[in-house]
Design a protein around this ligand. Structure first.
Ligand SMILES: C[C@H](O)[C@H](O)[C@H]1CNC2=NC(N)=NC(=O)C2=N1
Length: 124
């Protein structure tokens, strides 16, 4: 089976694109096990938080994610909260829910080399 990391996001404005069911989302979650499946205002989203070493490293993190998002044509919601918490939410705005694109982007974010920007432990 082709892994999510090897796939490419499809354009979100495709007419046939539909939000996946909650069951379908649960089936894909093991491939992005660091992410949480959340429901906000009735919309399912993928959400993950990291602690960065400094505020500026948080912005560097965003730039790396932004370059990936641009190359995929699929864009996450980026939050830098409380100076060192980076939270990324991913959902497909065009359909108001999750599509495979969101899982592909999450899987590709997971393999970015950002370790030197992160605190080793949340308590650091
Ligand atoms: C045409 C292009 O695919 C769309 O405008 C894209 C751009 N990036 C996007 N990103 C996300 N997360 N959701 C979208 O609906 C979306 N739409």
């Amino acid at each position: 089976m082709q892994g999510l990391r090897d796939k490419k996001c499809v354009p979100c404005n495709l007419k046939e694109l539909r939000p996946m069911t909650e069951d379908a989302a649960h089936t894909l979650m093991p491939q992005v096990s660091e992410w949480n499946l959340v429901k906000e205002d009735g919309i399912f989203k993928l959400k993950r938080t990291w602690k960065v070493k400094t505020f500026t490293k948080g912005l560097e993190f965003f730039k790396i994610v932004a370059d990936l998002a641009e190359s995929e044509g699929h864009h996450p919601d980026l939050h830098l909260v409380g100076w060192n918490n980076v939270t990324i939410e991913i959902w497909t705005h065009a359909v108001g829910g999750l599509t495979e694109n969101d899982f592909i982007l999450a899987a590709k974010i997971d393999k970015l080399n950002v370790n030197d920007l992160l605190r080793r432990k949340p308590s650091d």
